[in-house]
Design a protein around this ligand. Structure first.
Ligand SMILES: Cc1cc2nc3c(=O)[nH]c(=O)nc-3n(C[C@H](O)[C@H](O)[C@H](O)COP(=O)(O)O)c2cc1C
Length: 92
């Protein structure tokens, strides 16, 4: 199991509806690809924890990095982990 944590800054003018849209896409895709985690949005910044198979998580992160709904994406940690923290959440 692999766990990756990054932070980023939300694009100015992002609405709650935009965050909802990100969550909806995330939950569908993550559910189908055995990714779990959580997305925190506070003070126009994101912190996200992604958990799953290493290759799947890395590919997901590469895609997320390119998303223009946020910028200054900074990897905070990535490591092998024994178990998931968010095993019941496709994206909390
Ligand atoms: C802050 C943030 C977090 C995101 N988290 C996820 C995620 O966990 N899972 C996911 O599938 N997409 C997530 N996305 C959306 C992806 O960047 C991308 O738009 C989505 O996977 C659809 O990509 P596609 O249209 O190229 O298939 C996130 C986007 C942002 C801005």
């Amino acid at each position: 199991m692999y766990q990756l944590i990054y932070c980023s800054i939300a694009r100015p003018g992002l609405y709650p509806a935009d965050i909802k849209a990100i969550l909806n896409t995330s939950r569908n895709f993550n559910w189908a690809n055995d990714i779990t985690g959580c997305l925190i949005y506070y003070n126009d910044e994101f912190i996200q924890i992604l958990e799953g198979k290493k290759l799947t998580v890395k590919k997901m992160y590469e895609k997320i990095e390119q998303d223009d709904r946020h910028f200054s994406v900074i990897m905070m940690s990535e490591e092998e982990a024994d178990e998931r923290i968010f095993s019941n959440w496709s994206m909390a």
